[in-house]
Design a protein around this ligand. Structure first.
Ligand SMILES: [Zn+2]
Length: 307
């Protein structure tokens, strides 16, 4: 049996009504069929648990979607510089991003934005984690350490290896000129996992920026104002459960070895990570979080047009 056969499970174990992986991917495909975008394989990720026998192992693809033109003379480059990098569901148990990009409104917005901008979209960076509702990929799911976005070893000498997926994701993203791009990474903060840890207000959103100078960037302010306008409040001040200070709704992420830091190192600025607090896996409900993230992206595209 080929280890690289395409298999998209129709079921999902979560009870938050997230789309199955095959429905996610069918929705993303509209970018290709209706928008004329390209779909490119980053790598195959094992979706079965690592302890199943070899003949039962199943793999799903991780894709990049882009309307940039591949360079016919150099398979390792795309021609135009990228204006916007959009990524989501690096942590699998944070499904709002992957589901937002599968929403028809969002797909239509992306296709429309693609008329004016070159976009690189990675809508589901961790299908394994998404399927099993786990933070990490096949390598780190047990000890919850090695995220699929673990780039520390690609940024600085260190003992933690980059994850299998991070190596492939960064290798593919290196084909793009990202020096003029802005970046949005849709995460969520399932703080209920830390028993006993509480935010002052367990209901809200906040963002990370990689660089301190991005606190005042027009796009940062646009994202913050969009979150402020929502019925789920923006957490203006406080601390995350990792003791990071939130000031005006912002945590300055700095050097955390994440894919976002790697993107910032490649010139993506501002690089913004959006977070929504989850009191339980489905509170606030997934549909509400998708609504918030859809509005954020809508305002991001508008802001790109005016700048
Ligand atoms: Zn996350």
């Amino acid at each position: 049996m080929s280890r690289e056969r395409e298999f998209l499970p129709a079921c999902t174990l979560a009870e938050d009504r997230r789309l199955s992986i095959d429905r996610l991917y069918a929705s993303y495909e509209k970018l290709v069929t209706q928008g004329g975008w390209g779909r490119y394989l980053v790598c195959w990720q094992e979706i079965s648990m690592p302890d199943v026998p070899l003949e039962e192992k199943l793999y799903v693809p991780i894709y990049v979607y882009t309307n940039a033109t591949p360079n016919p003379d150099n398979p390792n480059r795309f021609i135009e510089p990228i204006d916007g990098v959009l990524i989501s569901t690096v942590h699998g148990r944070e499904p709002a991003g992957a589901n937002t990009f599968a929403d028809d409104d969002c797909t239509n917005q992306l296709i429309a934005a693609g008329e004016d901008f070159k976009i690189a979209l990675l809508p589901c960076c961790n299908p394994f984690g998404y399927f099993w509702n786990l933070r990490c990929g096949t390598q780190g799911w047990q000890d919850k350490t090695l995220s699929v976005g673990e780039c520390e070893a690609l940024l600085r000498p260190c003992e933690t290896p980059a994850s299998f997926e991070a190596k492939h994701l960064t290798q593919f993203l290196s084909k793009f000129d990202l020096s003029q791009a802005v970046g949005i990474d849709l995460h969520e903060d399932p703080f209920w996992e830390d028993v006993g840890r509480q935010y002052e207000d367990s209901h809200g959103t906040y963002i990370y920026v990689v660089r301190p100078e991005n606190r005042e960037s027009p796009l940062t302010l646009t994202v913050l104002n969009t979150l402020r306008a929502n019925h789920v409040p923006l957490l203006e001040y406080g601390k995350t459960r990792f003791e990071e200070p939130i000031i005006n709704g912002i945590v300055v992420g700095g050097n955390d070895g994440s894919l976002d830091e790697w993107l910032a190192m490649k010139g993506v600025t501002p690089m913004i990570t959006v977070e929504c607090l989850l009191r339980t896996p489905n509170d606030p409900p997934l549909s509400e979080r998708v609504g918030i993230y859809t509005r954020v992206l809508e305002e991001v595209f508008d802001q790109m047009k005016t700048s």
